[in-house]
Design a protein. Structure first.
Length: 286
C-alpha cells in the first residue's frame, strides 16, 4: 500500500533580494493568523471535489501560490492548480477547490492529513505545512463512501439511463436505471431511492415522497433494469436556475456483508436535459 508522508520537512533558508530598499525573506513558519480547514460545499458533491479553506486572521494580505493536501486515507494528493495565485485579504477566507483522488487501502483507520502551501505576505514568503481542521469529518466520510462504492462496483455498476415523460402532463415520468454485472458473485440490495432539491420519487398513486422503498435485490442474474416514477420536488423557476445536484438521485444500498451506503446516480448531459424538460413541462414553466 502506498503511504503518503504527512510529516513534511521543509529546508529552512534565508535569502535576501535587493529591490529598491526592501528585502525579501523566506520562512517555513506559516504566516501569523492563517488557519486552514476542509469541507465539501454542496455544489461540489456532484463534481467530486472538496474545498481547502484558508482563513486570514492576520493584518496583511495573504497570497497563496500553490497548495497540496495529503491524507493517509487516499492514494494520491489533492492538488490545487489554478495556474494563478490566490489572494486573501485580512479578515477574509478563500476556498480552493481540489479533486478527490481514489481511496487508499480500505483497511486503513483514522485520518492523518496535512496541507503544504507556498505563500507570501508583505516582504516574507515561504512554504509551510499545516494540519487542517476537519470539523465535519470529511476525510472519514469520503473514505468510507469511496470504499463502499469500490465494493459495490465489484458486483456491478448502476447507471441512470433516461427519463421518459408521461403521456399526461401531471403524471410521473419514468427514470430508467440499468445494472451491468461484473460476473462476480455477490448481491446488492436497493433499499430505497431518495429525493433531491429538484426531483423526488413517486408512489403508485403518483404522490411524491422524500424516499421511496424499493427492496430490490440485484445480482449477476439481474434484474438489469429498474424503473422509478419521478415527479418535481418543487415548482418554481429557481429550481433549475439554482440547480447543483438536483439531477443526481441517491440510491440507498446494502451489500452482502451488511454494509449500507449511499450512491448518487450520475446524470449525463442528455439525461439532465430530459429532467429539466420534464420539470418545466410538469410545473407549467415552459
Amino acid at each position: 500500500m502506498k503511504r503518503i508522508a504527512i510529516a513534511a520537512t521543509v529546508a529552512l533558508f534565508t535569502a535576501t533580494i535587493v529591490s529598491g530598499c526592501q528585502a525579501t525573506r523566506s520562512s517555513v513558519e506559516p504566516p501569523q493568523g492563517v488557519k486552514v480547514s476542509i469541507y465539501q460545499p454542496r455544489s461540489d458533491i456532484s463534481m467530486n471535489r472538496i474545498a481547502i479553506k484558508f482563513h486570514n486572521d492576520g493584518s496583511e494580505t495573504l497570497t497563496i501560490k500553490a497548495a497540496t493536501l495529503t491524507s493517509n486515507l487516499f492514494a494520491n494528493e489533492f492538488v490545487w492548480s489554478s495556474g494563478r495565485a490566490a489572494k486573501v485579504s485580512p479578515g477574509f477566507t478563500i476556498d480552493l477547490r481540489v479533486d478527490i483522488p481514489p481511496v487508499d487501502s480500505c483497511d486503513e483507520g483514522g485520518s492523518a492529513s496535512a496541507v503544504r502551501f507556498a505563500w507570501s505576505v508583505g516582504n516574507v514568503s515561504g512554504t509551510s505545512v499545516i494540519t487542517p481542521e476537519d470539523t465535519f469529518g470529511i476525510f472519514d466520510s469520503l473514505h468510507s463512501n469511496g470504499c463502499f462504492i469500490e465494493a459495490m462496483n465489484t458486483v456491478g455498476t448502476f447507471t441512470a439511463v433516461s427519463l421518459t415523460p408521461p403521456a399526461q402532463k401531471l403524471a410521473p415520468a419514468k427514470l430508467l436505471i440499468s445494472f451491468v454485472p461484473t460476473g462476480k458473485e455477490g448481491r446488492v440490495t436497493i433499499n430505497s431511492v431518495g429525493s433531491t432539491t429538484l426531483l423526488r420519487p413517486a408512489d403508485v398513486n403518483g404522490i411524491g415522497s422524500s424516499e421511496l422503498d424499493l427492496g430490490v435485490v440485484i445480482s449477476a442474474n439481474g434484474p438489469f433494469e429498474i424503473t422509478v416514477p419521478i415527479v418535481p420536488n418543487r415548482c418554481d423557476a429557481h429550481g433549475i436556475a439554482e440547480d447543483k445536484i438536483g439531477t443526481r438521485l441517491p440510491l440507498i444500498l446494502t451489500l452482502d456483508n451488511g454494509a449500507e451506503g449511499r450512491f448518487a446516480l450520475p446524470a449525463s448531459s442528455q439525461l439532465r436535459a430530459q429532467m429539466y424538460s420534464f420539470y418545466t413541462s410538469y410545473c407549467g414553466l415552459d
